[in-house]
Design a protein around this ligand. Structure first.
Ligand code: ADP
Ligand code: MG
Length: 228
């Protein structure tokens, strides 16, 4: 009986997720369609064409982000657990986001001690992509985002520090809430997924922030050497 109930609940979540994905992805698709139609229907200067293409590409990226986040969230089975070399994984995330940081005029620095945790590489990457991307987006031109990790006793501590706009107490308390976003084109899904993935990997998180000074998100994982 109980397991049946759990099953029904799970199915409800899945159908809610499916509904959310189609709803959220429809907006960027509509935008892309609109611009393509415009470009097809009338001649226009090259600059205008390029601007439209840029917007269309951005919207396609947005749709992809939404799908990735939902899929990570909806994955029904626990993923393979493996030993992760945290520095290597964070380096990969930093490498992936380097063009985005450059585009935003933000210095992205990564400095890590050799530490290991148990987790899933795909989850880890998705989680930190979301968090570091938020930090870059919160940071004005010329600012810095520093991703670091250190080992402290039986714990591995990852910190993402930015010199960005900071968060109010209310924003901090709503961090990770689905659809909470202060951005014009935000999805409010990135932090929710990140928080969920941190918990899946037995981690905890906290936020220190000062308005107009910056935000530091600190994530603590049990070290791989102390488990099993
Ligand atoms: P989105 O990025 O689409 O807005 P997220 O779930 O990724 O959604 O983030 C939710 C909100 O958390 C953001 O809109 C922003 O207000 C806040 N936030 C997250 N990270 C930071 C940060 N480093 N500095 C300031 N605000 C942040
Ligand atoms: Mg985000």
């Amino acid at each position: 009986m109980r397991s049946k109930l759990v099953k029904i609940e799970k199915m409800e979540i899945v159908s809610q997720l499916a509904a959310s994905i189609s709803h959220e992805v429809r907006n960027p698709l509509t935008v892309v369609r609109g611009f393509l139609q415009l470009m097809k229907s009338q001649p226009m200067p090259k600059e205008t064409q390029e601007r439209y293409m840029h917007i269309a590409l951005e919207e396609i990226d947005r749709a992809e982000t939404i799908i990735n986040n939902y899929l990570t969230f909806a994955k029904p089975t626990p993923k393979k657990e493996e030993v992760l070399i945290v520095g290597q994984e964070l380096e990969r995330v930093a490498h992936l986001l380097q063009p985005f940081a450059r585009m935003n005029g933000v210095h992205l620095i990564e400095k890590c001690q050799p530490c290991m945790i148990i987790g899933n590489a795909e989850y880890f990457r998705q989680c930190f992509l979301n968090l570091v991307k938020n930090s870059i987006e919160a940071t004005p031109i010329g600012g810095t985002v520093t991703v670091s990790c250190s080992c402290k006793g039986e714990e591995v501590i990852v910190a993402i520090a930015d010199t960005g706009i900071g968060m109010t107490a209310e924003q901090i308390s709503r961090f990770g809430e689905p659809y909470f976003s202060t951005k014009e084109k935000g999805t409010g899904l990135g932090a929710m997924v990140a928080v969920k993935l941190i918990e899946t990997m037995n981690g905890t998180w906290k936020i220190d922030s000062k308005i107009q000074k910056g935000t530091t998100i600190t994530i603590t994982f049990p070290s791989a050497t102390t488990r099993g």
